[in-house]
Design a binder for this molecule. Structure first.
Ligand code: HEM
Length: 283
């Protein structure tokens, strides 16, 4: 309703007003950032997204119908915040919960980390190649957590065929990722948390065709994918490592119910599972 009738909804009381005011807050923060980039004047040597966008705005200022303007830049940055923060944070909340719920798996991850890297190692994304079990656990957290049930709605730009179905130009397409992530045709035990889904018989990591947590593009021949997939994979790997190795605790996605968790610093105690009761936090 807010998108269809924004003028009206702004005047009707209700919880959506708080959400709208939070959006306004983020947009005004972004505008201030853009202003400070303008004042810093680094457009000749662009350092980040805002610099590149300002550069592009300058280059296209005489191009009729150019879509590079400040309002679009604000919305693009807003989208990156929205799409990029809640998704990763929610996945990490599932990660913590599953590690508590499956202590045997947590222990295997810790053993693999200790054997491959040692407790004080500074992790980098490349290290995932030495950690097939940990990598498989992260993938299984994403599959089983299934935080984005359906993707962003898309529209067929021409008459097309998807999985044998004829879709005329203009058809609205909403891929259901949930159905692929739990499809018994592709997963041996779809309704169990089983890192073995991503391991071969020798314990090597294997990518799975039906792992569509970031997009359904492989199946529907779409060019739209998650823009932040690589960043998200890196963040998840590094923060998950930190969670398990040091036992640090920490919108529209499938979140776990609020839970209480306890964390014990590895440096203070002999290595143990996340289940002791020294520090507790609400999420
Ligand atoms: C666990 C983390 C994440 C998951 C599971 C996830 C999942 C998804 C999914 C399923 C889509 C829809 C793709 C489609 O329509 O086929 C999407 C789109 C998108 N994601 Fe992510 N995402 C994650 C993290 C991120 C991060 C870190 C960023 C950026 C910093 C990001 C930016 C975007 C953007 C901009 C789109 C829209 C792309 C477009 O419409 O062309 N995502 N994401």
């Amino acid at each position: 309703m807010c998108e269809v009738l924004p003028g009206v909804m702004n005047h009707i009381p209700g919880p959506h007003l708080k959400a709208l005011s939070c959006c306004d807050f983020v947009r005004s923060f972004i505008r201030k950032e853009i202003q400070s980039h303008r004042e810093r004047g680094t457009v000749d040597e662009p350092q980040d997204f805002i610099d590149f966008y300002l550069d592009q705005m300058a280059k296209t200022q005489n191009v009729p119908d150019s879509t590079y303007d400040e309002d679009n830049m604000v919305q693009s940055i807003f989208d990156l915040f929205l799409a990029g923060s809640e998704t990763t944070a929610t996945t990490l909340r599932w990660a913590l919960l599953y590690m508590v719920a499956y202590p045997d798996i947590q222990e295997k991850v810790q053993k693999e980390l200790d054997a491959a890297l040692g407790p004080s190692h500074l992790i980098c994304y490349e290290d995932r190649k030495k950690l097939p079990y940990t990598n498989a656990v992260i993938h299984e957290i994403m599959r089983y957590g299934n935080i984005v049930l359906i993707t962003i709605p898309r529209q067929a730009v021409k008459n097309t065929t998807v999985l044998g179905y004829q879709l005329p130009k203009g058809t609205l397409i909403i891929p259901n990722l949930d159905s692929a992530l739990f499809d018994p045709k592709y997963w041996e035990t779809p309704h169990q948390f089983n890192p073995g889904h991503f391991l071969d018989k020798d314990g090597n990591f294997v990518a799975r065709e039906a792992f569509l947590a970031f997009s359904a593009d492989k199946f529907i021949d779409s060019h739209r994918v998650c823009l932040g997939e690589v960043l998200a994979r890196m963040e998840l790997f590094i923060i998950f490592f930190k969670e398990v190795n040091t036992q640090i605790i920490f919108g529209s996605t499938m979140k776990p119910h609020p839970y209480k968790i306890c964390a014990v610093l590895q440096s203070l105690k002999p290595r143990q599972k996340i289940n002791a009761a020294e520090i507790s936090m609400y999420f």
